[in-house]
Each structure stands twice: as structure tokens, then as C-alpha cells.
Write a protein that binds this ligand. Sequence first.
Ligand SMILES: [Zn+2]
Length: 130
Amino acid sequence: MSNSVNELAAKAQIDFHCLEADCAEVIKFNLADIVSKDFQAVCPKCHKAYQLDASLRDKLSRMLDLIQSIRKAEDILGDAMVSVNVAGGDVRIPYALLLTRLNTLITLDFGDRKVDFHLWIEPSSQDTFR
Ligand SMILES: [Zn+2]
């Protein structure tokens, strides 16, 4: 159980741009790490440390729950399609494509600022989504 969580942790990464005006370096961390209460994200360039408050940690940890649920349903989603009606017929897009090819962007309040977080997820197996 904890093994699969660790495995997921390596594959669900989140990043945002440093809020220091003259820095804007990309700060990347594992989504699973943020559940730890004393977690800090540190900018690799200017070394500014970001402490995530309880509400932000809560939102991100629920995002992690969501990813874990998707992960559990991977074999089902691998066969599922989204059907989009277009002129002259419909286009079928495998869920797998939606999950792996689109990067998720979430905007959350970070202190008094709105920050865009990019979420990077890889399927647990390279064979799952082909
Ligand atoms: Zn920085």
C-alpha cells in the first residue's frame, strides 16, 4: 500500500514559478510531499522557502486523492472514450489521451496571491496508455 503511494509520489509532480519578481525560477516538488506538515518548497535559484498553509495543503492533498482514484481506474479508463460531436459526425478521444497529454493547471491562493500550479502526471505503467 505505502509502496504504491511512493510510486505515485514519484510520478505526480507539481510546479510553480518563484514569486520573487526578479527570479521566476520553476520550483518543482512531489505532490505527495506536501501532506507533510512542515513541508517547504525551496527555490533552487534564489533559495526562497515557501511554506504552504493548511488550506493550500488541503487542496493539494485532495488533488493527490483524485489522482490516486484515477490511477486505480487506469485500466478502465484505458478503454474508455470521450465522444465529441462535430459537424458531420463525432470524434472519439480516449480518456488516456486526456489524462496523459494534457497538463493540468490549477490556480490557487498562495498567501494573498493567485498562483498557477502545473501538475505533471505519468501513468503507472508505460503500457497502460498507448
Ligand atoms: Zn526564486
